[in-house]
Design a protein around this ligand. Sequence first.
Ligand SMILES: NC(=O)c1ccc[n+]([C@@H]2O[C@H](COP(=O)([O-])OP(=O)(O)OC[C@H]3O[C@@H](n4cnc5c(N)ncnc54)[C@H](O)[C@@H]3O)[C@@H](O)[C@H]2O)c1
Ligand SMILES: O=C(O)C[C@H](O)C(=O)O
Length: 349
Amino acid sequence: MSAVARIQLASKVAAPMASKALGVSSSRFFTGTARAQNKVTVVGAAGGIGQPMSLLLKLSGKVEHLSLFDIVNTPGVAADISHCNSKGKVTGHKGAEEMATALDGADVVVIPAGVPRKPGMTRDDLFNTNASIVKGIAEQCSKSCPKACFLIISNPVNSTVPIFADVLKANGVYNPQKLMGVTTLDVCRAQTFIAENQGMDVDKLDVTVIGGHAGTTIMPLLSQVEGAKFSDEDIKALTHRIQFGGDEVVQAKDGAGSATLSMAHAGAYFAGKVLDGLNGVEGVTECAFVESDLTEAPFFASPCTLGKDGVSKVHGFGNLSSFEQALVDDNVPALVKMAQKGSDFVKNN
Ligand SMILES: NC(=O)c1ccc[n+]([C@@H]2O[C@H](COP(=O)([O-])OP(=O)(O)OC[C@H]3O[C@@H](n4cnc5c(N)ncnc54)[C@H](O)[C@@H]3O)[C@@H](O)[C@H]2O)c1
Ligand SMILES: O=C(O)C[C@H](O)C(=O)O
């Protein structure tokens, strides 16, 4: 079946709530809390994302044991965060020899390990460094916590998620329900920029963002935003800004890295929703980059229901405008290529 035919079919079978991934806003972050009965390991916990995301996870009260792993500095980060007067214990683990302990028994592993972009770089330019980092982490996870949910933040997500999948597969422990590329920051940006443009309440906005996490593979579905009225110019400008929001931050930081604070918020929010699902909260739906048969791309972001075993349903994405359909048609081949690049890396290394 052609990519277009598969997409049309997916649109027809889209679940009623498929275009309604829950909104992401700070005021919603601490609501709907599930019981704190989990171990969450952050890999890359001493980094620009890792530190504030770990802090937010600690403050959420959703984590019983927050295990912080990095190749540097985690004892200090863990000691610092552990003094926050919220539920849950914090442990710090540093270096390869402590990685197994950090991961042992984890229910959720959140991974912001790897190098960030500098101005002028694409996310794919990070591949050479981050592919081996992610592959190594996946190898250890296969041994220490094969049943955990794995939430991949490290770029390029369009390739690192397939890398993680192939390592788990090679070790006989791959469960597609439990591997998710984190695309929540794209949803955060879409909600923020659309609220500004439309003068709408950001807390009430639901925006679905499908595809991948790099440039034009990020595809916000503006035609499905309830109550919004966009001109054709608005649609083009907003879509472009959401797709290249990461570049906006990279340029503003001027060589000091990429988005860390907004990503910490997005990562902690998404991990909290995964925990809610694991703990039996019903109706949790968020966009994520997961194994998918909606298009020819083996991994594709769309709204997913998060349940007791991770992703319980990958939803279609509803009816698309001709502008959005053209975006999908143009970008699915790129997603196929980036996934293949990840798979080839695992095959050859
Ligand atoms: N998915 C997204 O939306 C999104 C958003 C922002 C950034 N990112 C990506 O997240 C990654 C991290 O960004 P950052 O700004 O936090 O970078 P950073 O350099 O500040 O932090 C990365 C951390 O990873 C650690 N690390 C490196 N190799 C490791 C290993 N093998 N095991 C454990 N830890 C290891 C480093 O020591 C460092 O502390 C980058 O690849 C960046 O492109 C993704
Ligand atoms: O832009 C980057 O390189 C980091 C991240 O993917 C983002 O979207 O902010």
